[in-house]
Design a protein around this ligand. Sequence first.
Ligand SMILES: Nc1ncnc2c1ncn2[C@@H]1O[C@H](COP(=O)(O)OP(=O)(O)O)[C@@H](O)[C@H]1O
Ligand SMILES: [Mg+2]
Length: 259
Amino acid sequence: MPVLTYKILEKTKFNEISTTGAEEGVLSILIKTDNENYKAQVYSELVANRLAMFLGIPVALGVPAKHSETKDRLSFASLIAFEDDREIYDFTHMDHRSLEPPRHVPKGILQEMDHLREVIKLTKLYPLETAFLTVFDYWVGNEDRSYNFKAELSKGNRGIIFALDHGSSLLACKSTIDQSLEQLEQPSYPRFHPFQKMVNPLYAGEIIERIINMPDWAIESATIFDEAIGNVIPMDQIALFEVLRVRKKYLRQQIQNII
Ligand SMILES: Nc1ncnc2c1ncn2[C@@H]1O[C@H](COP(=O)(O)OP(=O)(O)O)[C@@H](O)[C@H]1O
Ligand SMILES: [Mg+2]
């Protein structure tokens, strides 16, 4: 997969003690925090990021961040991908290039989806990445994939596709942590996915194997910390670790239903 790069807004000065000519600068970020409707947004973004990195899922990176004025409040800084030199299709409400649905939509595909024509094209251009993302979303309980990915639709010899926004998955798939854990215990959740019925079975099988074989130590290091992350205390982090292990067992059946 090609490497996703991020946007440097400004280079401010040379670092005084660097021996290699390093410069200081400012990255472009989107700052996300816990709030009333998404009590565990920061934690869930962070965990989804770490799990995705381990598994080889193409997601935009983010880091835990604090502002000097609000030191006590942890945020998640989603690093804005550098897209200026590429023709990236946005797939959000902000992109009005094509909101015309195709005339014949294959059975089982979400009919009311915006940008459906482009989504169909996308799954054909990027069968591996879209299959990987779909299976990952089922595992982490992400019903909010629509609009939260971007890609080049004329692929050339590279082709960039990346997902973002996992702030409504894991312990933030419902507004409270307890409700989210209850939701994650349901094998029927998520109930739908924008790529459903367009998933390549070979690649889906490959990523299911990766997730099922992901060692406990790796899931643990992505989910359990020695301290609270935003509103999520270690006890809830352990509960997420356990439920993710259980959710591995549902994956094959869940994906079979949407192939
Ligand atoms: N890492 C990123 N790179 C590029 N664009 C981003 C990135 N993160 C967010 N965005 C843009 O900002 C929008 C809002 O971010 P998102 O995390 O989806 O917030 P919300 O939770 O409100 O949906 C996204 O749809 C996307 O267009
Ligand atoms: Mg979003």
